[in-house]
Design a protein around this ligand. Structure first.
Ligand SMILES: C[S@@+](CC[C@H](N)C(=O)[O-])C[C@H]1O[C@@H](n2cnc3c(N)ncnc32)[C@H](O)[C@@H]1O
Length: 175
């Protein structure tokens, strides 16, 4: 699976996981939406959750920007938008937060759901806390990866949301 990043560059470059992936040739950064190739666009506002039914795609695309600038319109990139289901961040900035993953966590979670766990482990091995992401999310990732489609993923996600009522999928309307 190819990994592409629409790189906004408004977040702390020292902590930026996308820049680190690019340094190791594990992802390609693109400075504009036009230059970013199409693929599954990892978009927290998407109506549909990622599932193994999406595994026929050949590229994943993330938007690396600060969460402050991660508005709906910023995700208008070529391709197929998909939200990640309930997963918990392990990175030091957002540790323990559901849904607010950083770029490497979003790629790794997506790859696990799409059946490419080794690729996910390769990415996370570059981060001190990387293995913790897989440990924290081991059960949901295994269950999502065994689903047939997006509806089944969302059904499983509901179990985790019921156990953690404060957690709402990014972009969902709380009213
Ligand atoms: C907002 S950026 C923050 C990146 C951070 N600066 C870093 O160093 O990695 C994280 C990106 O990961 C993807 N992502 C994170 N959580 C997601 C979710 N719940 N659903 C879909 N994509 C998600 C999106 O592409 C999002 O824009």
């Amino acid at each position: 699976m190819e990994l592409h990043v629409r790189y906004e560059g408004d977040d702390d470059p020292e902590k930026c996981s996308a820049r680190k992936l690019a340094r190791f040739d594990l992802a390609e950064l693109h400075r504009s939406a036009r230059e970013t190739p199409p693929g599954i666009v990892l978009n927290p506002f998407a109506d549909r959750a990622l599932s193994p039914a999406d595994a026929d795609h050949t590229a994943l695309v993330a938007l690396d920007c600060s969460w402050e600038s991660a508005e709906k319109t910023a995700f208008e990139l070529q391709g197929t938008p998909r939200a990640l289901p309930f997963l918990v961040a392990a990175n030091p900035v957002n540790y323990g937060q559901p849904f607010q993953l950083n770029t490497v966590e979003a790629f790794a979670g997506a790859l696990c759901i799409l059946g490419e766990r080794e690729h996910a482990e390769r990415l996370l091995s570059k981060f001190r806390w990387g293995h913790t992401f897989l440990e924290l999310n081991e059960e949901p990732l295994a269950r999502y990866a065994a689903c047939a489609d997006s509806e089944a993923v969302v059904k499983i996600q509901e179990e985790y949301l019921d156990a953690e009522p404060e957690a709402t999928p990014a972009g969902s309307d709380p009213s």
